[in-house]
Design a protein around this ligand. Structure first.
Ligand code: ADP
Ligand code: MG
Length: 701
């Protein structure tokens, strides 16, 4: 436990005072000495380096320049008033600009003096400028003892406005550390410290705020990141253990006739090795009375559906019902069609429940569910409505879970005395270590092998002006009997505009591909669901050759004869979405293509996305690039997961360290499962502190 005075309220620190204390609490959540010590810099600058003005380039971030102040004057009028100074070194001139505190700077800065200025450069025309630079007379700068690494603390608009500058925080830290001395108790076990060659907590805390050298700083960062990740992993592992030992579910002890007959006589194809392995994992997991909570990852087209069906059969063989939830109506329908076809020879009862099922049909489903005559219910969110009551739901399969909120998933649990087993399927590949830290309390199965005979989808990037070439390519493919998707973006904020784009696109396609030679379908969100179904169905049956659509066809839709995916305004899609869309083709034996259409102007990030798509079809590689571009929260839509609120480690950049920390945590628990050994008292204290919030601690003793 931290020594007592780390819990001292921040008000007592010299240099704080009541109003600043209030600000620190409100803006940064800093209540105590300890909180302040744990307020880490988010970067460091090397203030021993200087730039010359003629070396500046637009990408230069923070720079430090020595120059003479040539002039200073007020420019602009009214709200646009600003203070502008010219700074010159022996290579050129640049501007310094102030919008705030103009009076102060105008009075205190002296023309013809030499200053050290520091800040972020931007360029207007040919002139570089720094707005609100740090300025210091060269002679004062020289008089100060220069530390090579200056920590830069995170700030907020309010802090800046109230003049709680970086300098203030540096001073405050100095004050804090002189008062608390070496107050930080070690939190990690000795052997872990030794194995990982970590510096002590005390040394790391000192070094993170007052780096003595680059190496010292690196050691501190490593130590503190490791510590953070280690305790998160420990927590996740404990949660997982608790789930397995404390949360009971049904034991599917037998593998019965439904499963065996289907497996031996009705499988339409031989399972891939990966599918077999995953089915085995699921079977073992559901057999022992512990609750299964498993994430099944498999790239688009890897064959998750059959795994879902076999999972349902295991439940049914043991006298239970099963359900499959999908994020959209179309997907639910596709599952319904696919599953009923697969199970047709078995005589099992499967029903579809979506928002558009009529009251009367709905009532029949409700009854069949409650009297147990219905074996499998497939549907959308409609499945979690209160009226839907299973007689005995044994397993819930959730397809494309990132569309379902955590709360919605929990609702499924309410229907039973015991929670049903849960299998979450996703085609969004999540790098394994990330998956572990996001869903550390889930077990993970991966289908990492595509069914045999698939050809790699050829992907190209084309500009709008090449459209005619693309059209003639489409014609050739249609001639060969193939079908084509043309997808338009639909982004909530500009729905009407997007809708117009889609309709314009549709009209030009119809002009280019006229009836009766060609048939074009259209599906979008503003259509009635019967109409959508009708159009979708025509395309599935091959009655139309082209499907113009918004992203409603993104996930799951399966038309093996479709071999070309054209994505319009591809720069507007995220990587994982592009990957999902591309996965709609390449499902049959033919060579498939994906054409990414864009305008000429592309942001650097959009270019990276397009290049990545052209380069690889490996979902995991794509996920990693996506992760780097967007950060983990956006990808999962699970910012609320809490695990992501890291103080110092970065789940993307520190991926390797995360794996190391996880292994260390696994080994640690193996040696001391109850965290009861004398030598691990430190760890026990930290865990007790972390878990007191969550009420988990009672399970560990
Ligand atoms: P996804 O994982 O994207 O849901 P699906 O389950 O829809 O993939 O399977 C994609 C296609 O591959 C389907 O047409 C399915 O019938 C076929 N498929 C799945 N597994 C195999 C296999 N082992 N051998 C051959 N084809 C398979
Ligand atoms: Mg699927």
């Amino acid at each position: 436990m931290p020594v007592n005075f780390l819990t001292t309220p921040i008000d007592y620190l010299s240099g704080v005072g009541p109003s600043r204390a209030e600000l620190l609490r409100k803006e940064l959540g800093i209540m105590t000495y300890g909180d302040l010590a744990n307020f880490f810099p988010n970067r460091y600058v090397d203030r021993t380096q200087f730039h010359k003005i003629n070396q500046l380039v637009p990408e230069t971030a923070q720079v430090q320049i020595v120059g003479k102040l040539m002039s200073i004057s007020t420019a602009g009028a009214g709200k646009a008033t600003r203070l502008v100074a010219t700074l010159a070194d022996d290579t050129g001139r640049m501007e310094l600009v102030w919008f705030k505190g103009q009076k102060y700077f105008k009075e205190s800065l002296k023309v013809n003096e030499v200053y050290v200025v520091y800040g972020k450069v931007s360029r207007y025309g040919a002139m570089y400028s720094i707005a609100h630079p740090d300025v210091e007379l060269l002679k004062e700068y020289r008089g100060r003892q220069q530390n090579s690494m200056t920590p830069i603390y995170p700030s907020t608009e309010m802090l800046t406005k109230r003049h709680l500058t970086n300098k203030y925080f540096v001073r405050l830290m100095r004050q804090l550390f002189s008062e608390i001395k070496a107050a930080f108790v070690e939190t990690l076990p000795d052997d872990v410290m030794r194995d990982q060659q970590l510096i002590t907590k005390n040394a790391a805390m000192q070094e993170i705020h007052f780096p003595s050298s680059t190496n010292g700083l690196q050691a501190a960062l490593k130590r503190l990141k490791f510590e953070e990740l280690f305790f998160i992993q420990l927590e996740l592992l404990l949660q997982n253990r608790i789930r397995k030992t404390q949360i009971k579910s049904f034991a599917f002890e037998i593998v019965g006739d439904h499963f065996n007959n289907f497996y031996n006589f009705n499988l339409p194809f031989e399972l891939t090795g990966a599918q077999k392995r995953v089915v085995k994992e699921i079977r073992a997991d559901m057999a022992n009375g512990a609750h299964m909570n498993r994430l099944l990852q498999g790239d688009v087209g890897s064959g998750k559906t059959i795994v879902a069906v076999l999972t349902c059969l295991l439940a049914i063989d043991n006298g239970f019902q099963a359900c499959i939830m999908a994020p959209t109506e179309i997907l639910a329908q596709q599952h319904m069609a696919g599953v009923s076809e697969l199970l047709a020879p078995t005589g099992l009862r499967v029903a579809l429940l979506t928002g558009s099922v009529k009251t009367k049909a709905r009532r029949i489903i409700h009854e069949a569910l409650e009297d147990g005559s219905l074996d499998i219910l497939i549907g959308t969110h409609a499945l979690i409505e209160d009226k839907v009551k299973f007689l005995n739901l044994g397993v819930a399969i959730v397809d494309e879970q990132h569309r379902f909120g955590v709360a919605q998933r929990a609702k499924l649990w309410k229907k039973n005395k015991l929670p049903p087993h849960v299998l979450v399927m996703t085609a969004t590949p999540i790098p394994r270590t990330l998956a572990m830290s996001l869903y550390g309390d889930l077990d993970i199965s991966v289908i990492d092998e595509l069914p045999p005979g698939r050809k790699e989808i050829k992907t190209v990037h084309r500009y709008d002006k090449n459209r005619l070439g693309v059209f003639s390519f489409i014609k050739e493919e249609i001639q060969k009997g193939r079908q084509i998707y043309i997808v338009y973006p639909l982004i909530q904020e500009s729905e009407t505009l997007d809708y117009k784009d889609l309709m314009d696109g549709y009209e030009s396609i119809v002009r280019e591909f006229p009836m009766p030679q060609y048939q074009v379908s259209i599906v979008h969100g503003q259509m009635k669901s019967e109409d959508k179904d009708y159009e979708m169905q025509r395309f599935v049956e091959g009655k139309t050759q082209i499907m113009v659509a918004t992203t409603v066809i993104e996930v799951g839709v399966n038309v093996p004869n479709a071999s070309v995916m054209i994505i319009e305004s591809a720069e507007r899609f995220g990587l994982s979405q592009l990957h999902q869309l591309r996965g709609r083709v390449g499902r049959g034996a033919d060579q498939s293509f994906c054409i990414l259409m864009t305008g000429h102007k592309l942001s650097a990030e959009a270019k990276t996305r397009l290049e990545t798509m052209v380069e690889t079809t490996d979902g995991f590689k794509i996920a990693e690039v996506d992760l780097k571009l967007r950060g983990p929260g956006d990808i999962m839509g699970t910012r609320q997961s809490g695990v992501m609120e890291l103080r110092i480690a970065d789940i993307v950049k520190d991926n390797e360290l995360l794996a190391v920390a996880r292994n260390a945590a696994i080994n640690f628990l193996q040696e001391d499962p109850a965290i009861g050994m004398e030598k691990n008292i430190n760890v026990r204290r930290v865990m007790a502190h972390l878990q007191s919030r969550k009420g988990l601690w009672k399970y560990i003793s």
